[in-house]
Design a binder for this molecule. Sequence first.
Ligand SMILES: NC(=O)c1ccc[n+]([C@@H]2O[C@H](COP(=O)([O-])OP(=O)(O)OC[C@H]3O[C@@H](n4cnc5c(N)ncnc54)[C@H](O)[C@@H]3O)[C@@H](O)[C@H]2O)c1
Length: 390
Amino acid sequence: MRILILGGDGYLGWPTAMHFAGGGHEVLAVDNYLRRTIAQQTQSEALMASPNLHARAKLFESLSGHRIQVQIGDCADFRFLEDVVRSFLPDAIVHYAEQPSAPYSMIGFSEAQQTLNNNLNATFNVIWAVLMHAPDCQIVKLGTMGEYGTPNVDIEEGWIEIEHKGRKEKFLYPRQAGSLYHTTKVLDTDLLWFYVRTYGLRVTDLMQGPVYGLSTQEAELDERLMPNFHYDDIFGTVVNRFLVQAVAGVPLTVYGKGEQVRGYLNLNDTLQCVGLAVEKPAANGELRILNQFTELFSVNELADRVQRAGKRLGLEVKVQTLANPRKEKEEHYYNPVHKGLLELGLKPHLMTEEVLSDMLAKIIRCKEQIDATKILPRVRWDTAGTKSGH
Ligand SMILES: NC(=O)c1ccc[n+]([C@@H]2O[C@H](COP(=O)([O-])OP(=O)(O)OC[C@H]3O[C@@H](n4cnc5c(N)ncnc54)[C@H](O)[C@@H]3O)[C@@H](O)[C@H]2O)c1
């Protein structure tokens, strides 16, 4: 298949590009280095420096024999994206090209505006480029479990049937996101649904939980092929922040009561899920929504797991509670359905002590580069509304 990866320089995009190319597909990776630019502006650079996309693709080809084509450009620029789609004529587009940091989107007006414009325009342009130039191409879009928030009832897989005054209808499951970034994902889903039901596009929207992991079959070929690893408060997920704190010998910073539960998954399972979505596509006129995570645990449980894995490597790991910079429920009901991907054939890789120890061992090799002050929260949800940003 001809597979276009938008956001191909990213944490998920790069391993996905290698994975599809390794599987014999024709792959084009597109990126405008927005993440690298924001990381520089906010002093949130990755722990391990990674070569640019052209250099990584060249290295991967020399080691594996598999080619990844690269184009640098902005998916929020319709003329650019239209040209890419018209000339490459993809069978599938995997759309990762968004500003994915919740804290960044909450810094102030400028960052909120950039997140909104970038994410909505990129998705809108993908839809139009497909409608105009490759109408049979399937779109696999990355959403987030954060679209649903933490309602006090079970979370269904994208849709819910409502009975109201004796009549029934199926609707998108109600969504109430906890940051402007997550809200752009809700709006993306609405845009996709409008164009799916109006023009018969075929779309899979993957509601993904936080992803962890540094190792994939292709990334093991050379450490310069490793996915980007951010550990700061802007781009670092809670898993990455905890692992780096464990190595740096500073206490793990749990926000608030630490009973916030989320659904996590291993990077190798993201590759499986996206692969399954592409191999077994949505039908024309179908917006297929799948909840993409494999395990649920609270922040406190995650801290325990990191503590145990650290002990195996002789690290003494302490835990500290911080006032929560976010506006979120710290104790809540959480029971999301996640059957669709298992039914498609997903075989989960779980967060074992071994997996965490393996990540810790990779981080220990870069211990000298760690700047532990980058991990403490710099963005507070309650003051974002009043700031103009950078
Ligand atoms: N990593 C996770 O834990 C996670 C969880 C849920 C959802 N997601 C979603 O998955 C997708 C990928 O996440 P990630 O962690 O790889 O993020 P990332 O920031 O590492 O990757 C996104 C890539 O897209 C690029 N990009 C952004 N806007 C662009 C544009 N207008 N044109 C071209 N390129 C652009 C960035 O430069 C970056 O390389 C995002 O949409 C994110 O919201 C990620």
